[in-house]
Every structure is written in structure tokens, then in C-alpha cells.
Design a protein around this ligand. Structure first.
Ligand SMILES: Cc1cc2c(cc1C)N(C[C@H](O)[C@H](O)[C@H](O)COP(=O)(O)O)c1[nH]c(=O)[nH]c(=O)c1N2
Length: 210
């Protein structure tokens, strides 16, 4: 039996508070095997029917990384055009990826056709395979933070282009692109809150009873 004491619980709470979406990375490399170890932890996550639909692509190739950065720039420019006035000015000032600086690039996909798990839990809700992959990313996000490593989730990308750049099978659905590295700073408040883009709200705003 394993049990967790108050000290651990307090520290775990601190981990939740201090996990951040990181966009500002130091460029020093991660120790060999770091991303592989984080993937190992991610694979301990819950998954529908124990289907383990997560698929990880460590992107080391310079040309592919550059193509992802170019795609981000194009998508971000499109996104900027969807805002006007003060919002547009604010959006333009945000830093929304650390793709250029982060030593680690990890693309994450959900395998949609694999028979692992024999379809259990997915018959009425096939999207639960994507949910399982998101759960895996969250585990990795927290585990990384516990080691002082930052992760930034980038979704300002065109999934079809990412598929092409990385030569990914059609049955894999793109879930997210993660930048991984040492953060320049640490903070207990989301960067979007510091930039006055949005503020974090309390649980009362999101909870109802029936
Ligand atoms: C599915 C998904 C997709 C994205 C994000 C998150 C998630 C869950 N986030 C990070 C997001 O902005 C961040 O989590 C919130 O602002 C809250 O900040 P903390 O994560 O608490 O630091 C994010 N951030 C960013 O700068 N560029 C991006 O493309 C995305 N995309």
C-alpha cells in the first residue's frame, strides 16, 4: 500500500498552482532521455477502455521544426486578423509559443482506429480517445513542472499541415504540439492573466447542482 501524507498533499497542491503554460524558454538543452521519461509518465494516464490511444512524435529534424514554426506564424497571423481594435493590439503583443527557443518539440496524436481496448467506452462517445490523450498531456505537464521543466501547448497550427510535415498516418488525429524546456521565469499566475487578456475565475462560476 502507498499512502500520501499532508506534506505531499500540500506540495502537490503547490504543483497545481505553479504549473504554467510556458512560452518563454531558456535555450539550454534538456538532459538526454528527458522527453522519453515524460512520455513514460504520460503512458500511466487513464485511457478509455485502456486503449492507450496516445501517439508521440519527438520532432528533432531541423527542417520539420522550421516548417512547424512557419505554420504557427501563418496561423497566428490569420488569428490576429480575426480581432480588431484594442483586442487586436493586445493579441499582437502576446507571445503564444516558445517554438523558436524550446529545445524539445513533441507532437501528440490520438490513434482513432486501433483495436486496443476493443472499443470499450467508445461506442457512444468515440471522442473519448481524444480525451484520453489530453489526460496524458496533463500528466506530463505536471510531471515536467515537478522537475523544473516547462511545457507550452501550441494549438495555433493547421492540423493538416502538421500531418504533412511530420508524415503522420491518416488514422492519427492531431491533439497538440508541445514545446518543452527550462522556463525563463516561474509564476503562480497564468501569463494571459498577467497580460490582461483574460482572468482566472473561481469554481463557483463553473459549477451547478441538479
Ligand atoms: C488545449 C489547449 C490549447 C492551448 C493552450 C492550452 C490548452 C489546454 N494554451 C495554454 C493556455 O493559454 C493556458 O493554459 C491558459 O492561459 C492558462 O494558463 P496556465 O496554463 O495556467 O499557465 C496555449 N497557449 C499558447 O500560448 N498558445 C496556444 O496555442 C495554446 N493552446
Amino acid at each position: 500500500m502507498v499512502s500520501f501524507d499532508d506534506t505531499f498533499r500540500r506540495q502537490l497542491h503547490e504543483l497545481f498552482v505553479w504549473r504554467r503554460d510556458v512560452r518563454r524558454f531558456r535555450t539550454d538543452p534538456l538532459p538526454d532521455g528527458t522527453i522519453e521519461r515524460l512520455i513514460e509518465i504520460a503512458c500511466l494516464s487513464p485511457s478509455v477502455g485502456l486503449s492507450q490511444p496516445w501517439r508521440f512524435v519527438i520532432v528533432d529534424d531541423e527542417a520539420r521544426r522550421r516548417a512547424v514554426i512557419d505554420d504557427f506564424k501563418a496561423c497566428n497571423a490569420d488569428a490576429l486578423r480575426s480581432y480588431s481594435g484594442e483586442r487586436a493590439a493586445k493579441y499582437a503583443a502576446l507571445k503564444l509559443s516558445g517554438l523558436e527557443e524550446a529545445p524539445g518539440h513533441l507532437a501528440v496524436f490520438a490513434e482513432k482506429t486501433d483495436r486496443i481496448g476493443a472499443g470499450l467506452g467508445r461506442v457512444t462517445m468515440p471522442e473519448t480517445s481524444e480525451y484520453s490523450v489530453v489526460a496524458a498531456i496533463c500528466s506530463m505537464w505536471l510531471a515536467a513542472r515537478a522537475e523544473g521543466i516547462g511545457i507550452g501547448w501550441v494549438s495555433i497550427l493547421n492540423p493538416d499541415r502538421i500531418h504533412g510535415v511530420l508524415e503522420i498516418p491518416d488514422s492519427w488525429k492531431f491533439i497538440g504540439y508541445l514545446c518543452i524546456g527550462y522556463p525563463q521565469t516561474e509564476c503562480d499566475r497564468p501569463e494571459l492573466e498577467q497580460a490582461k487578456w483574460e482572468s482566472r475565475r473561481g469554481p463557483d462560476e463553473f459549477t451547478i447542482r441538479r
